[in-house]
Design a protein around this ligand. Sequence first.
Ligand code: SF4
Length: 696
Amino acid sequence: GAREADEEVQSVCPYCGVGCQITYKLRDNEIAWVEGAGGPSNENRLCVKGRFGFDYVSSPERLTVPLVRREGAPKGMNIDPGNPWTHFREASWEEALDLAASGLGRLRETRGNRALAGFGSAKCSNEEAYLFQKLVRTAFDNNNVDHCTRLCHASSVAALMETIGSGAVTAPFNAVSESDVIIVIGANPTENHPVAATYFKQAAKRGAQLIVMDPRGQALKRHATHMLQFKPGGDVALLNSIMHVIVEEGLHDEQYIQAHTDGFERMRTHLSRFAPEEMEAVTGIAPDVVRAVARAYAKANAAIVFWGMGVSQHVHGTDNARCLISLALMCGQVGRKGTGLHPLRGQNNVQGASDAGLIPMVFPDYAAVGVEANRAKLEALWDHRLDPEPGLTVVEIVDAIHDGVIRGMYIMGENPAMSDPDASHARAALARLDHLVVQDIFLTETAMFADVVLPASAWPEKEGTVTNTNRQVQMGRKALPLPGEARADWWIVQEMARRLGLGWDYSGPADVFAEMAKAMPSLDNITWERLARENAVTYPCTAPDRPGEAIVFGDRFPNETGLGKFVPAEIVPPDEQPDEDYPFILTTGRQLEHWHTGAMTRRATSLDALEPGPTAGLNPRDIRRFGIVPGDTVRLTTRRGEIELEARADGAVPEGVVFVPFAYVEAAANLLTNPKLDPFGKIPEFKFCAVRVEPA
Ligand code: SF4
């Protein structure tokens, strides 16, 4: 028949942190179509990316041979990714790996161990992430390893670690089926976590109150009991004013606060200055609305909070998360059914890649590098002395390149030329490196700066585990052969490690997983064999025959005191305020059809057809004011750069604000963004900078 597959392979969607399980339907060694499978996070549901976004794997632009930069070829982005031969020549694996490793090894010798750094990726598996950070820590001999978590939830994790001693979610998003009140703040789940959004909508239909808070409108608004479109940058003021009402009206949970928290009295004093009436000028939200929301959340039997990049990507991102945590703690809305704190994870494996140690200040399972006992444990397992000095973060590494401190890099699957703030600065850094090795499936914008490009594996071409936003560790399976000379990522990392003097001899991902489980107590009772059999197990897991603990911290928090800590947050305004020269506010983000820097989705035929080009979302009134019509070209200029793109009328965007997705190289939003960092999470302020908008 028309719809018959030769073979089926069950795996996980390669895109967002929801981690939907999928079934590849194969015909003639190709994915003919994809169906939703019965995973714990998706129960057979899929969104448009998971269902239709797979043919990037057979794009004619796939890298199928190792590439070496031609003698004298300039480093820059003026290369056609379909025709790399202008700047690169083909090489054998032997030659490419030798060149890649010897270039880094030489810098280690001549410039010292701090001259090297590595970026891993949340698009890779847990095993690949683990191997990559181990390579940096034992072959580069430093902790300069980071990945896109720095650009996404680093501030959330900083706040969570500081207050409750654990950076992961306290409950899966599917817990909303038992919630009375659901808060979604600074997140746009119908676009970015579409299958999670279906659970939110169902809960609202059942009668749960859905409270959405975001300066931009969004599709969930239609299902919301309250939509708080607060002024950009008004988040800390808003959250403090909600907590002010709770304390003022005595709606906080004394019993819970007594038994499980620390620092409430100081918090109470702090909050007295944040009456909603006083804060209205900052938040733009009427006091009676703030009071209604405060009462709904505090009085609910079970309330849960979700947040996204709108919370985290600010210079006060950590403060935003501290407020959300305090809110949950003072109402005892954590550790029970239907309650919790849930930062919605972006990439399909950003939780797992972070857990596996792709973070400069911590080893696998968030063990601080500065703590001797943590080093001793890994030194025994890895048989190697470890650097006690925390490494540099993503943006700090870029600055260290400009300062001449970092001279060589190994980048696996990350695309900083597109994803880093102030992209011109990031691109100039890549061009300055003495030696850059990039391992990827396409000649990404970042790979265009490389000395050696190693052709890697797409997700359906490899085996490996990934961990979704719900802490569910899931098995990804190989469905397709590797194209041409491309190789599995774990194999490439191992070959690099060997050439850098490490005696690695892993037989494959299962072997790596076994070692990883020794380094990571979070994987107790989770084995490769078990995942192969059951497809998904939640961590922490208390016994080999138990499914894992979906809801955690019912009795104590995993820090020294066992108590959740209140950390008061003051108002820290966005770093760059609009002024006469740059009167608009620029905010960036994703859209349903495209994934991050677009490397995969813009090469997926259906997704590219749905959203073929860059757009600037503007309020229709602003468009009229400029005397233009939707579809006309506008020029956006900030202190860092300028792009031109099509104006799109979007009533969800407030007046005075422009929204630009960051997936489009031809109008790269990050040429405009502000690299100023949150001091705690070291995350840049992608969600707010001053911009001039004018007809082009
Ligand atoms: Fe994939 Fe996320 Fe869509 Fe699920 S919701 S199909 S994981 S992109």
